[in-house]
Design a protein around this ligand. Structure first.
Ligand SMILES: [Zn+2]
Length: 280
């Protein structure tokens, strides 16, 4: 599933292609998960933002006079890529023959934004700016990991609110936003923390936050991790899959101590760690 580095890579690439463009026509798969795409016709893309694993596209209807009573109407188009979602901007009308096309937006420069999603875990919503009541994971998301005001102490205080295993807490998005299965395994390996640990002291919480920032930064530099489905906006793969130390390496030797990495299920997600350097 795309995590912060993948979603941020897509955001950075989409922004110059979308900012200032107006939606002239839009269509979607009939599922309620994708239907809101159609509500954006006539709106202009302003800012392409991100919060955790969600893309948040600010759109407005810039008519000075007209149906909105002379006032600009601003909304947010929210896109969650789910497991297999991809966004691309193409130089042609939407390819409605693509069986995985879930939503599309024709833009006033003749290009088309396409959202395809093989497994249909993705989601599209149109909301009033900042009103995330219909998207609980977003409404409750913890701080952004690169927020300069977010520090080890604040992270430790958020972690103290729960006694669930540290990996489970990270996946919940509540102590910090944007970390999923891949980067959680990588950060815990880097910080030498066992994924099942339920209590972290302040020092180790700080180390974990630094490790989270390091693995996310590496993921960003590499354009994201492509295991199967994730692609950048131009269709190319990321390269961070070549840098992973823990995720997907169960039964391989630890790159730090050569012990055999272990894999187990934790809350239904495969978790990989080193039994020697991640003892507690
Ligand atoms: Zn090790």
């Amino acid at each position: 599933m795309p995590e912060l580095p993948e979603v941020e890579t897509v955001r950075v690439q989409l922004e110059p292609l979308l900012a200032g463009r107006t939606v002239t026509e839009a269509g979607s798969h009939p599922s309620a998960k994708f239907l809101p795409a159609r509500e954006t016709v006539g709106y202009r893309f302003d800012v392409v933002g991100r919060r955790g694993k969600f893309l948040i596209l600010s759109i407005s209807d810039g008519d000075d006079v007209g149906e909105h009573g002379g006032k600009d109407s601003a909304l947010e188009l929210i896109v969650h890529l789910g497991m297999t979602g991809r966004l691309a901007v193409v130089d042609r009308p939407a390819n409605e023959k693509n069986p995985y096309l879930r939503a599309w937006w024709s833009l006033d420069d003749g290009t088309t934004l396409e959202f395809s999603d093989v497994r249909r875990f993705g989601r599209i919503r149109v909301v009033e700016p900042g009103d995330y009541r219909s998207i609980p994971t977003l409404a409750r998301a913890g701080p952004e990991p690169f927020d300069p005001d977010f520090d080890g102490r604040a992270f430790w205080e958020l972690l103290r609110r729960s006694r669930r295993p540290i990996k489970t807490q990270l996946l919940s998005q509540r102590p910090v936003a944007g970390v999923g299965n891949i980067y959680a395994d990588e950060a815990l390996w880097l910080a030498r923390i066992n994924p099942k640990t339920r209590r972290l002291g302040r020092e180790r919480a700080s180390e974990l936050l630094n490790a989270i920032r390091d693995v996310l930064e590496l993921g960003l530099r590499n354009g994201g991790t492509t295991l199967r489905d994730y692609r950048q906006v131009d269709g190319s793969e990321g390269s961070n899959q070549n840098e992973l130390n823990a995720y997907g390496r169960g039964s391989y030797p630890c790159r730090r101590c050569s012990a055999t990495l272990k894999s187990d299920h934790l809350d239904g997600r495969t978790t990989t760690w080193c039994p020697q350097c991640q003892r507690s």
